[in-house]
Design a protein around this ligand. Structure first.
Ligand code: LRY
Length: 236
């Protein structure tokens, strides 16, 4: 698929994030099971999947035949970013066949001393045709990534950096500001928990949205029910 075809396939739509990393209930050591979540997402009408780790990129592409936004979550010493922080992860994702590579593009400390701008430039030099999705936490980072030549900016990291407010729901404001000012697609991602929130997020003008935990993280879903019940009982 060309870059345009990939973008057209998701315009106005929901991408489903199917992720389970070590320690999560749906992470199974012996074998990826997230392809089953992706199967469900495809049956529901999803046209693209976001996932983490080489084995899930491979298994999900094999199962669904859908294009995949791939990332690798890994925490290195000296790095604040943990989403595809170095070229090693980019290489692995390219090798695995990810159609788009997502990486942390927040302006935080990188262990090798490079700036995020330098890292993006290195990736673009090595893989000129690779589509990049920049996961950012605020407006400035979105503009910066756009100027560095990424293809997509996502609001993924809003509320997950020390300098952004950790809200319980989506950052609609960031979505609409970035969507208004950037001339590349913006993806609204992070804490979209209900169909109503999904519709509202899309109405901010973003190109597409990503919904993850509310669909594919059973622990998170169950906890949300438990919390609401405890609150109603006056226990929380
Ligand atoms: C902050 C971070 O590490 N986000 C990760 C990025 O890929 C995932 O854990 C999220 O599930 C994803 O962004 C979708 O968001 P939500 O699950 O809230 O719909």
């Amino acid at each position: 698929m060309t870059k345009k075809e990939l973008l057209d396939a998701i315009h106005g739509r929901m991408i489903v994030s199917c992720q389970a990393v070590k320690g999560e209930p749906l992470y199974v050591e012996e074998k990826s099971v997230m392809y089953l979540m992706a199967r469900a997402a495809k049956q529901a009408g999803a046209t693209m999947i976001r996932t983490s780790g080489v084995r899930d990129v491979v298994a999900i592409k094999e199962e669904t035949g859908l294009p995949v936004i791939g990332l690798i979550k890994i925490q290195y010493e000296g790095y604040d970013a943990y989403i595809t922080p170095t070229m090693k992860e980019v290489d692995e994702l390219v090798e695995a066949g990810a159609d788009i590579v997502a990486l942390d593009c927040t302006i935080r400390k990188r262990g090798d001393g490079t700036t995020i701008n330098e890292f993006i430039a290195q990736i673009k030099e090595k893989y000129p045709d690779l589509m990049l999705m920049a996961d950012v936490s605020n407006y400035e980072e979105g503009v910066n990534a756009w100027k560095c030549g990424v293809d997509i900016v996502g609001t993924t990291m809003s509320g997950y950096t020390p300098y952004t407010e950790a809200k319980d729901g989506p950052d609609y404001e960031l979505m609409s500001h970035l969507a208004a000012d950037l001339d590349i697609p913006v993806i609204g991602e992070g804490k979209i928990h209900s169909p109503e929130e999904a519709v509202k997020a899309l109405s901010t003008g973003v190109w597409a949205i990503v919904v993850g935990g509310a669909i594919t993280r059973p622990l998170e879903i169950a906890q949300r029910f438990m919390k609401a019940i405890a609150k109603a009982k006056g226990e929380a």
